[in-house]
Design a protein around this ligand. Structure first.
Ligand code: GBH
Length: 480
């Protein structure tokens, strides 16, 4: 029996993202996003897949809402496809009324079902036309204006009904995976073996800088023109794994842990909460890391009403000797799944990077809370895949005890962070409502609490974890 608890108005539910679930890439006037075009490049996605069909959620909003109700969700975090709303993306391009109305109706339907919408404006699916026109994030001035315009269109259309806005999901992924490793769209990298163009030593830092300023501009627009009448809150969602030293007795490994957190999280977090980039990044990257003008930092600093936290796992971190490589993006460290004593950080899953470690979640919440002066947190993603899940017979697959255990551990750790460490956490949306298009891993890796039968008309089957989450929260959330 745990004495830890969560506050009585705590909001919990599930999360998804547009390109991962919607399908219907050209329905009702939607144009390509960078993910549509990226998926067409041979070798980029496991199984040669794409989000073309995915969960077919564009046509199944009623079914998805019925699942949320069945699971007792109070909040649903989903993202908008910019390419449906402004197909060519730009501030002078036309708004697609059909695409916009799809989301207006979806928000209405959620509210009618008693579920709070938490809307992510951008979860990686940039309109392809903006990438082609001016290089997307690489052209700060164009991108910031186009993004602000897009955000305003959304605030105008359903701002009065939405109390939680997220400007960007995981800018680290858009910047590093899109412009350094090339694993994600638009696939730019210095690694010529991946037959791509790009400069990994500069572009990810430019991309991240543009995103921060676009975030700041959208927040300013919301605060200036919508917040007072609509009464919502707005923030950004940052990802980041916890770090433990490979050798706890080696100060160099302990420093490497801090550096890794700074490169992964504080890159954005420090700019938003402290008004600067971390010293460790400036030291390693020098002039390759852009600097903020006074006007820019005025937009960025203080721009979060809440901290959107995506968190999945932890790693052991070992320092590296010598000079950092010019293309290094993680602070000249090595991330490992075992430590010097041979202990593993957590069990294996279907995702090579994901080894669950619930205590790391609590530690990271405290680390962030201390560094940023006790902000309000909404955990906007947390969840797991299961080793070999895709190969199991349906009946066994639906009995996902490993995933239930993950949620028990992680939700318990969050309650400890709240109760023992004083972290102000007010919500949690589990990743994910259903199995979906897992980016470069295609459909082989499943994160859903609902099984989706991709060969059987996208039929949905609740797994055991779907109802378990509500049962876990019942134990922790304080009653009146
Ligand atoms: C989330 O990111 C995403 O927001 C969501 O769309 C996705 O479906 C979910 O994870 C599950 O993957 O290639 O070594 O650089 C989680 C954070 C950060 C996890 C990047 C995977 C890649 C490791 N992700 N990381 S690496």
């Amino acid at each position: 029996m745990s004495h830890s608890h969560l506050p009585k108005d705590f909001l919990w539910g599930f999360a998804t993202a547009s390109y991962q679930i919607e399908g219907a890439p050209h329905k009702d006037g939607r144009a390509d996003s960078i993910w549509d075009t990226f998926c067409r490049i041979p070798g980029k996605i496991a199984g040669g897949e794409s989000g073309e069909r995915a969960c077919d959620s564009y046509h199944r909003t009623a079914e998805d809402i019925a699942l949320l109700k069945q699971y007792r969700a109070q909040v649903y975090r989903f993202s908008l496809s910019w390419s449906r709303i402004i197909p060519l993306g730009g501030r002078n391009d036309p708004v697609n009324e059909k695409g916009l109305q799809h989301y207006v109706k979806f928000v209405d339907d959620l509210l009618a079902a008693g579920i709070q919408p938490m809307v992510t404006l951008f979860h990686w699916d940039l309109p392809d036309a903006l990438d082609k026109r001016y290089g997307g994030f690489l052209n700060k001035d164009e991108f910031v204006k186009d993004y602000e315009n897009y955000a305003r269109v959304c605030f105008e259309a359903f701002g009065s009904k939405v109390k939680f806005w997220i400007t960007f999901n995981e800018p680290w992924c858009s910047s590093i995976l899109g412009y350094s490793t090339g694993l994600f769209a638009p696939g730019r990298t210095s690694d010529r073996s991946k037959s791509a163009v790009g400069d990994s030593s500069t572009e990810p830092w430019i991309a991240g800088h543009s995103i921060l300023i676009a975030h700041g501009a959208a927040v300013k627009a919301y605060r200036d023109d919508f917040k007072a009448k609509d009464g919502g809150q707005i923030g950004i969602t940052l990802n980041g794994d916890w770090t433990e030293p490979w050798d706890p007795n080696d100060p160099a490994d302990r420093e490497a842990c801090e550096r890794k957190l700074e490169f992964a999280i504080s890159w954005f977090g420090d700019a938003i909460y402290l008004g600067k980039y971390p010293d460790s990044m400036r030291k390693q990257l020098g002039d390759r890391l852009p600097t903020f003008t006074a006007e820019e930092i005025a937009l960025v600093q203080g721009s979060n009403d809440f901290y959107g936290m995506n968190h999945y796992c932890a790693n052991y971190i070992k320092h590296k000797d010598g000079e950092a490589d010019i293309n290094d993006f993680s602070g000249h460290i090595q991330a490992l799944y075992h430590n010097k004593a041979g202990e593993v950080i957590g069990p294996e899953t279907q995702s090579f990077w994901l080894h669950p470690n619930p205590l790391g979640f609590r530690k990271l919440m405290k680390w962030l809370s201390d560094r940023y002066g006790g902000p309000t947190f909404y955990v906007t993603e947390s969840g797991t895949s299961l080793k070999g899940e895709n190969d199991l017979p349906l009946e066994e697959l639906l009995d996902d005890e490993f995933r239930c255990e993950y949620f028990r551990g992680y939700i318990g750790a969050m309650a400890d962070a709240h109760t023992i460490d004083g972290v102000d956490v007010r919500g949690y949306t589990a990743w994910s409502l259903m199995d979906n298009f897992e980016w470069a891993e295609g459909y082989e890796t499943r994160f859903g609490v609902t099984y989706v039968d991709y060969d059987g008309d996208q039929k949905r089957y609740p797994k055991k974890s779907a109802m378990e989450i509500g049962a876990i929260f019942d134990k922790y959330i304080e009653k009146e």
